[in-house]
Design a protein around this ligand. Structure first.
Ligand code: ASP
Length: 343
């Protein structure tokens, strides 16, 4: 008898008073009972010490649009992989976020973008780092996963790989200035000045709002996918690559456990293999998703500054952070929808 049928039988017996459900529901049955047909969670980066309220409202509008698209695609039976890519493209095309258009400036006054995507069904993954002319890095990461035997391509090699595709495969090329916005130029100037002050020991160097984007989805077929895209950290050194294109650090997906996308100080997430650690805690220690994420974000022996979104194989969603806030949105097959910009 199938697990779902056994579960139905138990419920019938329980309703008719023949047995007590608490005695008969085994963990696997509980899993089947709680399982959502689909679930999606999106982040738009952590918040720093100062918040621009008008900009936060704009971010909420875009997150809502991305959530609508994602829930519609999953409801129609589209794959989690397709959905994650489509949702991240919306966020990359929105100047409010630090991914694609609106990416932060690096120390050389230009933009270098990182992105990755992972398929929880096969644990295939693709990532690109330090790209400078690809409008939607998440689509190049996806092609990197499906069209090569590699996981990560960076800078000139990634650009050369992009030359093999055109708009019909989701790859449009733009001049590097396309990514610039006045907002990010002003943030860069402020960061340069504050780093100079910090070096002279006059002030401490504050980390401010960022706006990396990520998405994790579970589809009707039970497949999980996760993706992350970013311009990195304001005034980062030329050539610096963060956690977002590093599988196991900023992004991870495994149908046996969960999908994860991270945001925050990338170096912390790389050092502690944060997204893989969350999945490994579930697989090896049997920790529930919520607890696994909480543990890695609050371990006194490892500094991890930022936030995590994740979806488990049963469609449980978590959105946690130890920063002042995180922009986020979530929805699932029960009709639950949530958009939050702030704490
Ligand atoms: N984690 C990203 C990086 O370090 C930045 C962010 O999420 O805000 O590149």
């Amino acid at each position: 008898m199938q697990r779902s049928n056994i579960f139905r039988l138990m419920i019938c017996l329980a309703i008719t008073g023949l047995i007590s459900p608490s005695l008969t529901l085994r963990a696997a049955d509980k899993d089947a009972a709680m399982k959502k047909d689909f679930a999606i969670v999106i982040h738009g980066g952590t918040l720093g010490s100062t918040v621009d309220e008008a900009r936060q409202l704009e971010k909420a509008v875009v997150l809502k649009k991305a959530l609508l698209l994602g829930t519609k695609m999953l409801d129609e039976g589209k794959s989690s992989l397709l959905t994650v890519e489509a949702v991240i493209r919306v966020l990359e095309d929105s100047p409010e976020f630090n991914a694609g258009k609106g990416a932060v400036f690096n120390s050389a006054g230009g933009h270098e973008l990182d992105a990755s995507i992972m398929d929880g069904r096969t644990r295939a993954a693709g990532a690109v780092g330090g790209v400078s002319t690809v409008k939607n890095p998440i689509s190049l990461a996806r092609l990197e996963m499906t069209e090569t035997r590699h996981v990560l391509l960076v800078t000139d090699g990634a650009e050369k790989f992009a030359d093999g595709f055109d708009e019909t495969r989701g790859i449009s090329r733009v001049p590097n200035e396309y990514f610039a916005t006045d907002y990010q130029r002003a943030s860069w100037k402020k960061a340069v000045a504050s780093e100079a002050e910090a070096e002279k020991g006059k002030t401490s160097n504050k980390i401010d709002a960022r706006g990396t984007v990520g998405c994790v989805a579970l589809d009707r077929a039970g497949n999980i996918a996760a993706g992350t895209s970013t311009g990195g950290l304001t005034n980062k050194k030329y050539g610096r690559i963060g956690d977002s294109p590093i599988i196991s650090a900023g992004t991870y997906a495994d149908n046996r456990t969960c999908g994860v996308s991270c945001t925050g100080t990338g170096e912390d997430f790389i050092r502690h293999a944060v997204s893989y650690d969350i999945s490994a805690r579930m697989r090896l220690l049997n920790q529930p998703l919520e607890q696994a994420v909480h543990t890695v974000l609050h371990d006194p022996e490892q500094l991890v500054r930022g936030g995590v979104i994740a979806v488990s194989r049963t469609g449980e969603i978590t959105m946690q952070f130890n920063s002042p806030g995180m922009n986020r949105a979530a929805g699932d097959s029960t009709g639950y929808r949530e958009v939050q910009v702030g704490p």
